[in-house]
Unconditional design. Structure first.
Lengths: 338, 324
C-alpha cells in the first residue's frame, strides 16, 4: 500500500508530561582555558627554585595565548587553571603546598584562577565515579572493512589502541609456520604510529562485584588527564550538570587533599572555568602522556545534547569551534630548564 | 537521550542522503512487567544520563543513545556495494514494562570523503556513516530493504539485539517469562529529500515482517523513527497474540498459552499513545488501509471467548465429577 497524504494542521496539545530524561545545562564559558604548568607531587614538595623557574617560563606563553584567543564578536575571556597531582601520591601538607604554589606563581607574574585535583577526575568529593563517565563513552575503532556491528564492541581490557598490534599469523605452508605482521594504525598516512594506551589496571583477581572492582581500579595518568581536558571543555556532564563543579575556596586550607573541593576558584575576578578551547603549558617530558591523552579524547563520544548546546552558543557568538573535540585542545611544551 | 534546549534537528555538517533503521521487538524475559521506576533504572545504559520516560497513557522508558563503530559494506541492488565507516546509533525502548525494543539507525552520508578518516572525525559526528565510494541513494534504500543480511554487510538488526541483550543480566529481570514469543524485525529506510512532502509505503512481507520505505525531509527523521518503533511494537503485539491463540488450539493445556498472553499483552495496544502529532496522520492512513486496530480487537475477543469457553468447560467438568 502506498500512502501519500498531506499533513493537517495539528492542534495545540493540552496534556504535557514532564519526562524524566536529562536536560543539558548551559554553562558559563570562557573562550580559552589555559593550564599554566604542571608538576609531579614530589616536585611540589621539594625546593621552590624549580617551581618558580617553570612559572617564569610559562608567563610569556600565557601572554601569547591571551593575545591570540579566538573570541568571535565578544571581548576575550581567558581563565587559567592548575591541576594538582594528588592521585598517585598524597602527603599530609596540602594547605602548605597550595599556599606555596600560589605565592610562587604570583611572584613569577602568572595568574592562577582555578585549582583542581587529579583525584577528583577519578572519583569526585561526593563519591561520583567521574572517570567511569569517560570510560563508558570510549569507543574502540572498528577494524577496517570487517566491522558490520554483528559482534559487540570490547573495551574491557583497560587498554585502548589506535590500530591493530603486531602479531604472528599461522600460514598453511610447510616452509614457514608463522608470519610476523607489523602493527597497523587504522587511520595512518602511509606509515603507522601504533599506540596502545593503558587506561586503568584492575586488581589481578577480579571475581568481585562491579562496585568492589571499581573501588580498586587504578586509573592511568593519561586517562585522568583526558578526563581533565574533557571537564575543562565543558563536555563531561552528570545529569546535564558539569561532572566537576567549581567551588569557592574554604575559609582555611585543610591539610588533607581529600577535604578539598574538586575545583576551587582562587581568583574572585576569574572568568568562567569551562571554555570552548583548552591550552596546556607544561614541560616537554609530558609529550608522551599528552599523545596518549589525545588518543583517548579522539575515542570519546560526546553526548549529542552536550555537543549541540556548545555548538549552538558558539555559532550565536561567531566563535569558531572545531567539530573534532581533540582539535579544541592545544599544548606548548617547555624545553629543558638546565 | 540528553537534550539541549535547542531545536531537535540542528543541521549536520553533511546532510544524510539516506537514513536506514531496524527495530527489533520481543518480550523482556521476566515474569512480571517492570514498574516504571525499575524500567528507568534498567534503561539507564550510560552513567550520567537518565532514561526518558512517560507514565501516561502507556508506561514507556527510552534509554540514552548508544553508539557502535562500523566499517563495512552497504547493500545495493544494481551498483557496487560501497564501503561505509562511522557509528551507528541505537537505543532500547521498554513499553508497559514488558515489551522490549532495540532500535538501531544510521544516517548515510555520500560524497564527503574517499578514504577512511582519523577516528576522531567519525567520533565528532555520531550516528553517521560515510560511504567512501560512489553510490545511488535510491539504490541504497532498495538494497537495504531487500537484503536482510549478508556477509560483510552492515548489521543494524544485530546492533539492536546487542542493546536488548544489555538488559539480560540486570537484577530487575528474572529470566522467567511465562509466554513464548518470537522476536520480530522491522526494517525501514528513508530517502532524504529536503522540501518534499512525506511519502510512505508500508509493506507486509510473506514472512509477516513489516518494511517501511519513505521519502522525507531530514527534519522529519526523529518522528519517523518514533513511527517505526510504534509500528514495530504493534505488529509484534498482534503477531504474538495470534501465535499464542494458534498454539492454544494445538496445545493440551490451552489455558497456559492464553492466560499469560492476555495478562502480558492485553492492555498494551495503543498506537497513538506516544505518536508525534506531526506524523499522526500517517498512522490514520495506515489504519484506513490495514485496519490493524480492528484486527487486534477481534483477536483479543477471540482469545477472551476461547478463555471463557475453556473456563465453562472446566467448571462443567468439575461439576460433572462431583455429581458422579
Amino acid at each position: 500500500m502506498t500512502l501519500t497524504v498531506s499533513r493537517a494542521d495539528s492542534p495545540t496539545p493540552i496534556f504535557h508530561e514532564r519526562s524524566q530524561g536529562t536536560t543539558v545545562q548551559n554553562l558559563p564559558l570562557s573562550h580559552l582555558s589555559v593550564e599554566v604548568g604542571h608538576f609531579y607531587m614530589d616536585e611540589l614538595e621539594n625546593g621552590e627554585g624549580p617551581i618558580l623557574a617553570q612559572f617564569e617560563r610559562v608567563k610569556p606563553w600565557l601572554a601569547a595565548a591571551e593575545a591570540s584567543v579566538a573570541c568571535g564578536t565578544e571581548k576575550p575571556r581567558v581563565s587559567t587553571c592548575f591541576l594538582i597531582d594528588d592521585y598517585f601520591q598524597r602527603k599530609p601538607d596540602a594547605g602548605q603546598i597550595i599556599e606555596r604554589l600560589l605565592r610562587l606563581s604570583r611572584q613569577a607574574g602568572v595568574r592562577i584562577d582555578y585549582i583542581a585535583r587529579e583525584s577528583s577526575c577519578a572519583v569526585r568529593a561526593d563519591g561520583l565515579r567521574v572517570a567511569e563517565l569517560v570510560a563508558r563513552r570510549l569507543l574502540q575503532e572498528p577494524e577496517p572493512e570487517t566491522s558490520t556491528g554483528s559482534r559487540p564492541p570490547a573495551l574491557n581490557s583497560g587498554w585502548l589502541a589506535n590500530g591493530r598490534p603486531p602479531r604472528e599469523e599461522k600460514v598453511l605452508s610447510a616452509m614457514r609456520g608463522h608470519v610476523w605482521k607489523p602493527a597497523d594504525e587504522f587511520s595512518k598516512r602511509n606509515h603507522s604510529i601504533f599506540l596502545d594506551v593503558e587506561l586503568w589496571r584492575d586488581p589481578p583477581e577480579s571475581p568481585m562485584d562491579e562496585e568492589t572492582l571499581l573501588n580498586q581500579r587504578l586509573y592511568s595518568c593519561p586517562f585522568l588527564a583526558a578526563v581533565w581536558q574533557l571537564v575543562r571543555l565543558g563536555l563531561l556532564r552528570n545529569d546535564g550538570a558539569p561532572a566537576l563543579a567549581v567551588s569557592e575556596p574554604p575559609a582555611s586550607w585543610p591539610d588533607d587533599w581529600s577535604l578539598f573541593p574538586d575545583i576551587i576558584k582562587v581568583n574572585p575576578q576569574a572568568k568562567p572555568f569551562y571554555a570552548y578551547r583548552a591550552f596546556s603549558i607544561m614541560p616537554q617530558h609530558f609529550l608522551g602522556i599528552e599523545h596518549a591523552v589525545r588518543t583517548i579524547v579522539e575515542h570519546f563520544l560526546v553526548d549529542p545534547g552536550v555537543g549541540e548546546s556548545l555548538h549552538i552558543r558558539a555559532e550565536e557568538k561567531n566563535i569558531a569551534l572545531p567539530q573534532v573535540v581533540a582539535d579544541r585542545v592545544s599544548h606548548h611544551f617547555l624545553d629543558g630548564v638546565s | 537521550m540528553a537534550r539541549s534546549d535547542a531545536p531537535l534537528d540542528s543541521p549536520a555538517k553533511h546532510p544524510p542522503a539516506v537514513v536506514l533503521g531496524v527495530v527489533t521487538t520481543d518480550l523482556l524475559n521476566t515474569s512480571e512487567p517492570l514498574p516504571l521506576e525499575a524500567a528507568q533504572q534498567a534503561l539507564k545504559l550510560l552513567p550520567g544520563v537518565a532514561a526518558d520516560s512517560h507514565r501516561h497513557p502507556v508506561e514507556q522508558a527510552v534509554s540514552p543513545d548508544l553508539f557502535y563503530g562500523v566499517d563495512c559494506r552497504l547493500a545495493t541492488i544494481r551498483g557496487a556495494q560501497p564501503r561505509a565507516i562511522g557509528t551507528v546509533r541505537a537505543r532500547a525502548v521498554l513499553t508497559a514494562g514488558h515489551v522490549l525494543q532495540g532500535s538501531a539507525r544510521v544516517d548515510v552520508v555520500l560524497d564527503a570523503s574517499t578514504r577512511r578518516m582519523p577516528w576522531s572525525y567519525y567520533a565528532a559526528c555520531t550516528g553517521t556513516v560515510e560511504a567512501i565510494n560512489k553510490a545511488d541513494p535510491a539504490d541504497l534504500v532498495s538494497g537495504f530493504l531487500k537484503t536482510p543480511n549478508g556477509s560483510g554487510l552492515l548489521d543494524l538488526g544485530g546492533i539492536g539485539t546487542q542493546v536488548m541483550a544489555l538488559l539480560d543480566d540486570i537484577p530487575q529481570v528474572d529470566g522467567r517469562a511465562d509466554m513464548r514469543t518470537v522476536a520480530s524485525r522491522l526494517r525501514w529506510a528513508v530517502l532524504v529529500r529536503e522540501g518534499v512532502d512525506l511519502d510512505a509505503e508500508v509493506v507486509a512481507g510473506s514472512d509477516g515482517a513489516f518494511q517501511v520505505r519513505m521519502t522525507a525531509p531530514s527534519e522529519l527523521v526523529p518522528r519517523i523513527v518514533a513511527f517505526c518503533e510504534i509500528l514495530a511494537l504493534h505488529q509484534w503485539l498482534l503477531a504474538a497474540l495470534k501465535n499464542a491463540f494458534d498454539r492454544a488450539g494445538r496445545s493440551p493445556k490451552p489455558m497456559d498459552e492464553l492466560d499469560p498472553a492476555l495478562s502480558y499483552l492485553g492492555h498494551v495496544w495503543n498506537p497513538t499513545a506516544h505518536l508525534p502529532t506531526e506524523i499522526a496522520w500517517l498512522w490514520e492512513a495506515l489504519e484506513h488501509d490495514a485496519q490493524l486496530t480492528w484486527e487486534w480487537e477481534s483477536t483479543v475477543t477471540r482469545v477472551r471467548d476461547k478463555l471463557s469457553l475453556l473456563t465453562r468447560k472446566a467448571i462443567e467438568g468439575t461439576l460433572h465429577k462431583e455429581f458422579l
